[in-house]
Design a protein around this ligand. Sequence first.
Ligand SMILES: [Zn+2]
Ligand SMILES: [Zn+2]
Length: 255
Amino acid sequence: MDLVTRAEWHARAPRRELTALPSARGTKVHYVGSFVNPRLLEDCDRCVALVRSIQIQHQDNNDWTDIAYNLLTCPHGRIFVGRGARILSAANGPGLNQGHYAVCALLGDRGLVQPTAAMLRGLRDAVAYLQARGAGREVRGHRDGYATSCPGPVLYGWLRAGMPIGGRPDDTPSTPRPPSVPRWPGRYLEHRFGKPMQRGQDVIIWQKRLKQLRYTIAVDGIYGPTSAATTRVLQRAEGLAVDGVVGPKTWAAAW
Ligand SMILES: [Zn+2]
Ligand SMILES: [Zn+2]
């Protein structure tokens, strides 16, 4: 999962304190509506700019505390942290935000109207991310319970079909496959300058996992400075102590 932090998309600070919502029945899916420039597909910097403009619009025009959504997903499959997990959204309509968190696809009703496979995967990842952080199993569209066309016919049809990707219509986020978590190998993986670098099968498993999570890393079986730096990025994203050392907590956080 390719998570774009608020710092990475240069989010403004919330205008007031956001309201916590520790758990909810599920998640509602949205789209941007209006015109979305198809040239978004060419360059993810355009996605970053669009997310920023949505935040500015929500704060300055709608007088909302922050961008309305908990997460947003772009055509490149990246997941932008909006309000983040366990926070009340402002996207679902009055009285409807307590029940569901909100995920928005960077898709329009004109221009870019067809989701890419990466976007669909990103939407599923975003829903799963929230499900791991307080969201219940229910996945609905904005139009469920509110008079709107959102999230548009294509995404709504996809939701109703169980969010299929490729030829796996039964593989829905409401029935996630439990990942098989390999056991922590029992030694702390760490890199210290001036000391010999650790090598081994455990390093390979760790590097493979980081690669699977879309971190940029070579699988060479040597825990060097790059591995440690990548581990620190993961630790920061997961809210762990950032020390570049793979102990049981960091290991578990990656699966
Ligand atoms: Zn909506
Ligand atoms: Zn993008």
